[in-house]
Each structure stands twice: as C-alpha cells, then as structure tokens.
Design a protein around this ligand. Structure first.
Ligand code: GLA
Length: 384
C-alpha cells in the first residue's frame, strides 16, 4: 500500500504528520452465516484494507478526512455528542469511540485521515477493516494496547449493531484483527477457540470475481438472522438447551417445522447443512482433497441461493459460468446480496477462466467484473 497520498493529504489538512495503522479486509473459504449461529467459519485476511493516519489533538473533537469519499469527505464530531454523526461512514468511527469508552478507555480527541483499497460493498468487509483499524489505533494511543484483540473485534461488531444497523456476527472483525500471512483461520464462534491453517493449495488459486452489484447489509441480513432465531426459540421450547442453531439437529428442526414459515424453515436447514459442510471441508483440507473442498463450495452457493436466499441473478450467473469453465469450487462470499464470488481454480485453467468469465458477464449484464487474485495477508498492525 502506497501511503504517500495519505501522508500528503493528512499534512495538508492538519499541518502535522501522524502514526499509520492498517487493517485488512477478509475472504471466507466456507462457513457462511454460521457465525451468529454459533458455528464455524474459515476466513483469512487479505492484502487489501484500510490505512489510517492518526494524531491526538488534545481536545474532545474528532476531525476526520475520508480520502475516498466524494461528497463530504471532511467532518468533525465531539466525543461528547450524544447523537451519532449524520454521514454513515463516520458512524463506524463514532461507534468505535463509544464502544471503547464503554469498556473504560479514556478516548481523547484526534485528527485522522484514511484511505483503502478493499472494494466497498464487495463482501470483503471494508467496514470491518475500518472499524478494526480505528479500534486498533485508538487502543494503542489511548489505552497502551490494554484491550485484547477479541475485545477489539467485539467493539467492531457492537459498532455495527448499535450505530450502523447490521446485526452481524464476529467473523469479519475477527479475521481483520487476527489475520496471519498465508493462513486461514478456523474459528469456533461459540467457544471463540481458533486455529491457524497454512493454506497453500499446490496447483490451485483463489480468485474473487466482483459482480459489481453493490451490497449493503441491513434489513435483509437482519431478517435472515431473525429466521434462525425463530427456529431456535421453538426448538429450545420443545427440547431445551438450544441456544443457537449449533445446538440443533435435523430431527429437532423437523419436529418444529409446522410452527415455522417455509422461509424460516429453509434458512434454518441451510445452517444445519453448512455446519456439516464446514467440518467436511476441514477434513478435506487436512487430506489435501481440494476437489472435495470445491464441491462443498458449490453446495454452499446453492444453499445460500435457494434456501438462505441471499444470492442474486448476477451471482448465480457467475457461479454457473465458473462451473461451465471447470472451476473446482465457486460460491457467493460474505453476507450476500451482491459483491464477490470466491473461486477455487486449478492453475492450468486460471487464465482461460478469468478471460471467459469477464467476457460472458460483460456480455450478459453490460458490467465489467473486477477480478482479484487472493493474497492471504497479516491482520491489523501499526505501520512504520
Ligand atoms: C457478513 C457479516 C458476518 C457474517 C457474513 C456471512 O460479512 O458481517 O458476520 O455473518 O456476513 O457469513
């Protein structure tokens, strides 16, 4: 990441220079919508993210320059403001300050500028990268790094819940903060135990294809979560000890089927299926069976599309085209409703695949998809 523009803009705006921090976006190999259901996820940080330059200003004012925002890139708020800022992008930073304060950190005023190269609305967690960058920086500046990284991830998640209207799980912020170069991380979202898995599939590449359909998670995401919670309530009432869908099985779900709408039932069933797929993928990875990993990715896609209903025609088209090209695995990644597909592609067909999918998608939708080769990078850090 070239920080020259950031440094220049910061100096021009604030007349000083500050410290630099970086937090990445993420990919997720498998385990989608399982995080808020107490299940497993398999993310990794990428080499793209948000870079922040930041300097304390000794007041109660927060002065922000969002370099990539076209209208209103500059704004200020006071740490004493009871109302969140009007601009959505600033709510992420306001939320992080408030959540740090709730945990006893004495946040002071600061000047900050930030920029990023993780595509927005692409399912690569640009918002978690932003929250994690500020949470990490402010924790270093105002609490000597006292708040641990899990708590920082929870601060990002609480920011989404309380200030941005998305009832997300913990995966994105976790991956951004805990990422490690060359590794995917299996996280158990119930116990929060995690394990690093070196991921270097010989003969394959991970490729993202951005449908360029901008997703913004909000009501539709929250509705999926509510469907899962409704199923949990009924099963808990009937069987006891069902806190999340992690504790449920197919028999239990069948037993409460009549009390659920068809949508709620199918969404809950998708989660049970996905729970099994993640475990199958763990085993397949240990055995180096990438063909099986790929098959599971396709299954996840069609589960997300038909049962969990978070896909869209453009994403389905990308997955179908990938399959026709002989791609090993392909599926929508992240929350859904647009954004990227993640593709496990054999080296030997990679160039052919990328040119074909670019051509076919452009022909069908009149939009040129962006294509990125995944580089699995380090998590949040201070830059020198
Ligand atoms: C979004 C959310 C995550 C997770 C994914 C779906 O990225 O922020 O918590 O639920 O969707 O797996």
């Amino acid at each position: 990441m070239d920080t020259t523009t950031l440094r220049n803009r910061f100096r021009r705006q604030f007349g000083t220079s500050g410290d630099l921090y970086f937090s990445p976006g993420r990919i997720n190999l498998i385990g989608e919508h399982t995080d808020y259901n107490g299940g497993f996820v398999f993310p990794g940080a990428v080499d793209k993210g948000i870079t922040v330059e930041i300097f304390r200003n000794g007041t109660r004012q927060v002065k922000l320059l969002a370099i990539d925002v076209e209208d209103t890139p500059y704004l200020e708020f006071s740490l004493d403001d009871a109302q969140k800022p009007e601009r959505h992008w600033a709510c992420y930073i306001y939320g992080v300050c408030k959540e740090l304060e709730k945990r006893g950190v004495n946040v002071g005023g600061f000047n900050a500028a930030f920029t990023g190269d993780v595509p927005k609305g692409a399912g690569m967690s640009s918002s978690a990268a932003l929250e994690s960058a500020f949470a990490f920086a402010l924790n270093t500046m105002f609490a000597d790094g006292r708040v641990d990284k899990f708590e920082l991830a929870k601060i990002g998640q609480a920011t989404e819940h309380n200030y941005c209207g998305v009832k997300c799980g913990i995966m994105d912020q976790f991956a951004s903060l805990f990422g490690r170069k060359g590794c995917l991380i299996r996280l158990d979202c119930r116990s929060l135990e995690y394990e690093y898995f070196p991921f270097d599939p010989q003969g394959y590449k991970l490729v993202l294809v951005n449908s360029m359909v901008k997703h913004s998670l909000g009501n539709e995401y929250n509705e999926r979560r509510e469907s899962c919670e409704k199923a949990v309530v009924l099963m808990d009432r009937q069987f006891g000890s069902v806190e999340t869908l992690r504790d449920a099985n197919y028999e239990m779900l069948e037993a409460v089927k009549d009390g659920l709408t068809d949508d709620d039932y199918r969404r809950a069933r998708y989660i049970l299926d996905e729970k099994e797929r993640v475990l199958a993928v763990c085993e397949a990875l240990q055995e180096g069976d990438y063909e099986l990993v790929g098959r599971k990715m396709y299954e996840t896609h069609w589960g997300l599309s038909r049962d969990f209903t978070v896909s869209c025609p453009e994403l389905d088209f990308l997955v179908e085209t990938a399959q026709k090209c002989g791609v090993t695995g392909s599926r929508v990644m992240g929350g859904g409703f647009g954004g990227c597909t993640i593709n496990l592609v054999r080296d030997t067909i990679c160039d052919k695949f990328t040119s074909k999918i670019r051509r076919e998608y452009t022909k069908k939708y009149g939009i040129i998809p962006e294509i990125y080769q995944v580089v699995i990078g380090e998590g949040s850090r201070r830059l020198q």
